[in-house]
Design a protein around this ligand. Structure first.
Ligand code: ADP
Length: 393
């Protein structure tokens, strides 16, 4: 089946056409700067596009995706649409898109203010521009719904959970779920008998503890801000820091919006280094002696180890640590530092395997006879397409 996978963000629409049989991406691209100065870039079997255009709302963006697919002669071949949804609230698995699902997604806007309205609008636009095609919503939080109460509750008055559903939901669930299945193939084990730590390290980063194929803890929380140090997000911090900064720097950081911006956009690797949120830039700069780039790397890697250590306590054993995401798949530096920090658990990196991202050693980057760490490429679009196929067939 050919599935159009749509990822509607606050100011962008990313898309891919996936063939579930071959597991190949046939076309992909994005429309960005919606509402500002629209720009699209895409490639498909008939060629590439890259231009600016007037794109005031998501409707024009989805219309542009449709025009591109028309130009590539792909539209008639598409049988279903799968949507990536950042926050699924109550949903524990993927769902067929209905008006009820769209309404529910809008109703939890407060959980992910930038994403949920965009997802709901994206589904309505898809209905308009691709009439008659079945649609499925795949939620980034769904995989984490197997966490026990002791792992998902916060130490705040219980009424906030009862009245407002404030709890940990986690994120990147589609990636953690995909790499769990892939890791089991690599290890030659059954998911229901496998215990893993999955580390999705990209611009946003999170780790999950997987017990017999199911998530039992994860580092992201009520929103994707908690846990690891990320590109521009602070990860976990003492909330009292915000009270202090707000009182002391009222002009710059006095409002909730300013504080929101501080911890989501000005912090993490960017904030610590004062240089960049990009791991490649920082690794290069640190190797040339940039002190602040090195500090950012050290904090990133140490926090990663500390969080892995924390969620590992949810497991009886670790069959493998699985690295994925842009950093997890490509940064031999981060993987080496993280595993060296985890020496207490016996990890011994094999430098040659690590430098090849495990490509020559069936994904393995640790020495034979020592605990396993592997590198697995994530593919969220493929999983969204496969879920879509399973639900619409
Ligand atoms: P997103 O969360 O936006 O999907 P990605 O998973 O693509 O992000 O990860 C982006 C991060 O991966 C960036 O910090 C980038 O520097 C890093 N990255 C990509 N390639 C490499 C590489 N070869 N070495 C180190 N870091 C890399």
């Amino acid at each position: 089946m050919r599935v159009l996978v749509l990822n509607c963000g606050s100011s962008s629409v990313k898309f891919a056409v996936i063939d579930t049989k071959t597991k190949e991406s046939i076309a992909s691209g994005l429309v960005e700067n919606i509402g500002v100065n629209g720009h699209t870039k895409a490639k498909g079997p008939e060629g590439k596009i890259d231009f600016n255009f007037d794109c005031p709302t998501h409707a024009e963006a989805v219309d542009q995706v449709k025009k591109f697919l028309d130009s590539q002669k792909l539209t008639p071949t598409i049988e279903a649409i799968g949507h990536r949804v950042v926050h699924g609230g109550k949903y524990i698995k993927s769902e067929k898109v209905t008006q009820e699902v769209i309404n529910y997604i809008r109703s939890i806007t407060l959980f992910a203010p930038l994403h949920e309205p965009a997802h709901a609008t994206g589904m309505e636009c898809a209905t308009k521009f691709f009439p008659g095609l079945p649609q499925v919503a795949v939620f980034d939080t769904a995989f984490h719904q197997t966490m026990p109460e002791k792992a998902f509750l916060y130490g705040i008055p219980y009424k906030f959970y009862e009245q407002d559903a404030i709890r940990r939901y986690g994120a990147h669930g589609t990636s953690h779920r995909f790499v769990t299945a892939e890791a089991c193939k690599v290890l030659g084990t059954k998911p229901e008998e496998t215990c893993l730590i999955t580390a999705h390290l990209g611009n946003g980063s999170s780790c999950s503890a997987i017990l017999n194929g199911q998530c039992v803890d994860t580092t992201m929380g009520f929103t994707p801000l908690e846990g690891l140090i990320m590109g521009t997000r602070s990860g976990s911090l003492d909330p009292a820091i915000l009270f202090y900064i707000s009182k002391k720097y009222g002009k710059e950081y006095g409002t909730i919006d300013q504080l929101d911006h501080l911890v989501n956009k000005e912090s993490g690797l960017l904030g610590l280094s004062g240089l960049s949120n990009d791991m490649r830039t920082l690794t290069q700069a640190a190797s040339e002696g940039n002190k602040h780039a090195q500090i950012a790397l050290d904090v990133f890697c140490y926090r990663l180890t500390r969080e892995i250590g924390g969620i590992a306590m949810a497991l009886p054993r670790i069959d493998a640590i699985v690295f994925t995401g842009g950093i997890g798949e490509n940064s031999s530096y981060v993987r080496k530092q993280a595993l060296e920090n985890l020496k207490i658990l016996g990890y011994q990196i094999d430098d040659e395997r690590n430098s090849q991202s495990g490509k020559e050693s069936n994904h393995l980057i640790t020495k034979d006879g020592t605990p396993k760490a592997i590198v697995v490429a994530t593919n969220e679009e493929l999983l969204i397409a496969l879920d879509t196929e399973a639900l619409v067939k």
